[in-house]
Design a protein around this ligand. Structure first.
Ligand SMILES: Nc1ncnc2c1ncn2[C@@H]1O[C@H](COP(=O)(O)OP(=O)(O)OP(=O)(O)O)[C@@H](O)[C@H]1O
Length: 631
């Protein structure tokens, strides 16, 4: 993740000392509420149990006061003792049950926050992934969400139940001796102010600590993702040291959270001890002067204890809530990003229905794909709602601010006729893959229009038009799992027979016989157990299984040996048979017999025609062909 701008509040004096604002947005308790309120019924039940437990607890000093009075008067205790024992047992059982319910609900909050986060991450615009680090996103799902659990498990609900005890004890103390209560209140007030001031710092420190944990995850992801390259380059130690540095950063922030929490934890205990001393001293004096009885002083001390206990819980809860809010800031930052199709939903109508015509024999006259004066720049995107250039169709959705433009396409126009085989060729970096990304609508053109079957892509439902297009990326991603899982990615209902047929159509029938598990054979992390050519053909097979009327194929740049190249050519021939095919070719030999070849250079179309025509008309094409010994 790029480092966000320092916030305006940075350096402003708040609480104790200067407190720089955390990186990224801060979450508020209001944002936490929806997660908690999802579990309203259980929490209501826990609250009832808390109140019962509090009342059972509150009754105890009263009963003990009575016991002392009875003992003083020399009468027998009788049932009083049994009532007291009963109250203690009820209190214990309720507390245990409550603990279980809260732990379970805490897990529920983690689960729902993970689900929301994953749903949003997987629907983010592709441009977000250009600027964010995978490890950091994974860490938000894995680590930040777990901090939300502590809101429930570490005191908040008990503290709410404890409020009953607190108020009850306060009233009882007021009745017993207002003077002693006044002294106690003074000590408690100082404790409350101290903790409130400290707890805001916990939130900020926790946010930074979680950001650091995200940095660690990103560093680990980077190192593991390129482990072969790193090993081969002898850079293992340096990479390990880089991860260590991030881990030490996380440790430092963790220690900072621990330091602030350490200041909070003893506050309740200290307040209790000071109050006890004050009450004992002043109370003893008042007993001696006859202002109160010993029984009342003992009851007062017990109520004091009962009042401070929930206060301790509340302080603990405040710490964990603030820690959770630190993490929630990072979760909410992602949840607040608009999803890829949020803008689409704001459009009045989506002309998806007419798309189906692309797949039929008497489909639209219009070309399958048309580019009309398309200009495009990649942008480093950062959210800035204050951006005056905010031109979202729905004004409530902030448009990403364009911080830095990289013009890649300059007025590109071409048609891909229906049912034809068209090739895009050109030097590296000419913008070929970008064209396919625009057809998939991973990005929108800055200027110009892209049409599918004559319909402006921006008016179409993304799911609907993507269903019409098979897309095989350049580095043909193969997912960890089995051959079958890879094939069924876009067509979960396909039969094994369909899978085998499609594998054979791309010359991959042989991989089935390599492993007794057949379609159930594991391909390894990112398909590491397959060769580069096999990965590419598996990706083609996956796209073909859905039988899309249009196929976009970004040929692998990795060199294929003669046999693999032949297999790839045959696979492409098989693919082209009954559909529109747009291939990016790095080896002209795979596309010389295409119906149309479009030559791209520095983001401009510099020639269109058949191989023979381009050899005559387009010097760049002729040069490419000469290099590849085709002329
Ligand atoms: N996600 C991205 N963010 C920013 N710039 C990008 C991104 N993807 C590509 N580019 C830039 O856009 C330009 C065109 O890239 P593109 O991948 O479309 O070229 P290409 O013709 O497919 O190249 P190759 O033949 O090497 O695959 C390059 O300068 C590249 O650096």
């Amino acid at each position: 993740m790029s480092s966000p701008e320092p916030r305006q509040t940075s350096g402003r004096r708040r609480g104790f000392g200067r407190r720089p604002a955390p990186d990224g947005p801060r979450a508020t308790f209001r944002q936490l509420l929806p997660f908690i309120l999802e579990h309203k019924p259980v929490l209501a039940w826990v609250a009832v149990l808390s109140i019962v437990a509090a009342l059972a607890g509150l009754a105890q000093p009263l009963l003990i006061g009575q016991v002392i009075t009875v003992v003083e008067s020399g009468e027998t205790l009788g049932a009083l003792v049994w009532v007291l024992v009963g109250l203690v047992v009820v209190n214990g059982v309720i507390t245990g049950y409550q603990h279980y319910l809260l732990q379970r609900t805490g897990e529920g909050i983690v689960l729902s926050s993970r689900k929301r986060l994953v749903a949003r991450i997987l629907h983010l615009p592709i441009s977000e992934f250009d600027t964010r680090r995978t490890g950091d996103l994974v860490s938000r799902v894995g680590s930040d969400t777990t901090l939300l659990r502590a809101v429930l498990t570490q005191g908040l609900v008990e503290a709410i139940g404890g409020a009953v005890t607190f108020v009850g004890a306060l009233v009882a103390m007021l009745i017993i001796d207002p003077v002693l209560l006044g002294l106690t209140a003074l000590v408690v007030a100082v404790a409350i102010v101290t903790v409130t001031l400290l707890s805001g710092r916990v939130r900020d420190a926790s946010h930074r600590a979680q950001t650091k944990v995200g940095d660690v995850a990103a560093a680990v992801e980077r190192a593991i993702g390129a482990v072969r390259t790193i090993r081969a380059a002898g850079a293992t130690e340096r990479e390990a040291a880089a991860v260590d540095r991030e881990a030490e950063g996380a440790w430092k922030m963790g220690v900072k959270v621990a330091k602030i929490s350490a200041l909070i934890v003893p506050v309740a205990g200290i307040a209790m001890q000071i109050s006890f001393l004050v009450v004992l001293g002043v109370g003893g004096f008042r007993v001696a002067s006859g202002a109160i009885t010993i029984a009342n002083l003992v009851a007062f001390l017990m109520f004091l204890f009962m009042m401070i206990m929930p206060l301790g819980l509340a302080f603990g809860a405040l710490t964990s809530v603030n820690q959770a809010l630190g993490a929630l800031g990072r979760i909410q930052e992602i949840l607040d990003l608009p999803s890829e199709d949020q803008h689409d939903r704001a459009l009045a109508s989506l002309a998806s229905a007419s798309l189906a015509a692309l797949a039929t024999a008497d489909g639209p006259e219009a070309p399958a794909i048309a580019f009309d004066d398309v200009h495009f720049s990649y942008a480093r995107t950062r959210q800035d709602p204050a951006d005056p250039g905010n031109t979202s169709p729905d004004a409530s959705i902030p448009e990403p601010e364009v911080a830095e433009r990289r013009p890649v396409l300059h007025g590109v126009s071409f048609d891909v006729p229906r049912g034809r085989r068209v090739a895009l060729v050109g030097p590296s970096g000419a913008g070929k893959s970008t064209i396919l990304a625009l057809i998939e609508r991973f990005y929108d053109p800055s200027v110009g229009e892209i049409r599918l079957g004559g319909l402006d892509l921006r008016t179409l439902d993304r799911r609907a038009f993507r269903a019409q297009i098979g897309y095989v990326e350049q580095d043909a991603p193969v997912l960890a799992g089995t051959l079958r899982e890879n094939l069924l990615l876009g067509t979960p209902d396909a039969s094994d027979a369909d899978c085998i047929r499609v594998l054979e159509s791309v010359n991959l029938g042989e991989v089935l016989s390599r492993d007794p598990a057949g379609l159930g054979a594991e391909v390894g992390e990112e398909g590491v157990k397959l060769s580069g050519g096999e990965r590419q053909r598996l990706a083609i097979a996956r796209a073909l299984l859905a039988a899309p009327p249009i196929l976009l194929l970004d040929e692998s740049t990795s060199s294929l040996d003669g046999r693999n190249e032949r297999m790839m050519r045959e696979a492409i021939d098989a693919v082209a048979a009954d559909r529109t095919l747009l291939v990016i070719a790095h080896r002209l030999s795979t596309v010389v017999d295409s119906d149309l070849i479009i030559v791209l250079d520095h983001g401009r179309v510099v020639g269109q025609g058949t191989h023979a025509e381009l050899i005559e008309s387009t010097p760049l094409y002729r040069e490419l062909a000469e290099h590849q010994l085709l002329v």
